[in-house]
Design a protein around this ligand. Structure first.
Ligand code: G3P
Ligand code: CA
Length: 234
């Protein structure tokens, strides 16, 4: 059955990439948390999407320029809703440790020391609960070298074909987006033994229903509740 990957947690109901967002995502029927990984000036790994902390905290500046002492003081909840005041920017190790008993993880590396990512995942013994991707080819290469035990996902548009996805990118999962969602290509991936995922930040009812009909392995989405409802009716 199609598993729900929760894009930055339940980012429509709680501040993205926080403990609150991940907790809500699991309550709504998600089973895998998508999270973004960045690194502080002193080498601590955090769950944070943007290059700077300005949009999603009461602070300012690049994550890579801030010391962990500064990041740990930030409020990552109030910007979304005052009820989330005091929500911290999660450290990666604490975040994965908190949710590992009940969730899998899609680790999207924005910019980080991939050996440190591998170390944290390995220390928790959760390699098989994770898969990884990065828009940055250097980060993808580093994850192959430093974290070979963590499954890799590649975007269909980046791979350009089944053979490249498997041979060049060493991927086990291929992600399709609205612009390249072609049932024929999805079936080719499935026939080659690849797992397939559909990403959408919109409520794309038609493709959500098609993803269920085609038994796609995952959807990577914001609209967790709505998809859970479609899944129950399928
Ligand atoms: O697979 C990419 C998808 O998770 C989108 O990520 O960081 O652009 O919201 P992002
Ligand atoms: Ca992401």
């Amino acid at each position: 059955m199609t598993q729900i990957v929760c894009h930055r947690g339940a980012s429509l109901s709680a501040p993205e990439n926080t403990f609150a967002s991940a907790k809500k995502a699991l309550e709504l029927g998600g089973s895998i948390i998508e999270l973004d990984i960045r690194q502080s000036a002193d080498g601590v790994l955090y769950v944070m999407h943007d290059e700077t902390v300005d949009r999603t905290t009461n602070g300012t500046g690049k994550v890579s320029d801030l010391h962990s002492d500064e990041i740990d003081q930030l409020d990552a909840g109030r910007w979304f809703n005052p009820q989330f005041e005091g929500e911290p920017v999660p450290r990666l190790d604490a975040f994965l440790s908190e949710f590992a008993p009940n969730a899998g993880f899609y680790l999207e590396i924005k910019k980080a020391d991939c050996a440190k990512v591998a170390e944290i995942v390995s220390a928790l013994g959760i390699e098989e609960k994770c898969f990884t991707f990065s828009f940055d080819p250097e980060m993808r290469q580093q994850m192959i070298l430093r974290a070979p035990a963590i499954r890799r996902m590649i975007h269909w548009t980046t791979a350009g074909g089944v053979e490249a996805a498997i041979e060049e990118h060493g991927a086990e999962i291929v992600e399709f987006h609205a612009h390249d969602f072609d049932p024929e290509h999805i079936r080719l991936c499935q026939a080659a033994g690849l797992q397939v995922m559909f990403y959408s930040d919109r409520f794309d009812k038609e493709r959500f229903e098609l993803a269920l009909e085609m038994s796609m392995n995952f959807v990577n989405i914001d609209h967790i509740e709505e998809f859970s409802r479609l899944k129950r009716m399928a």
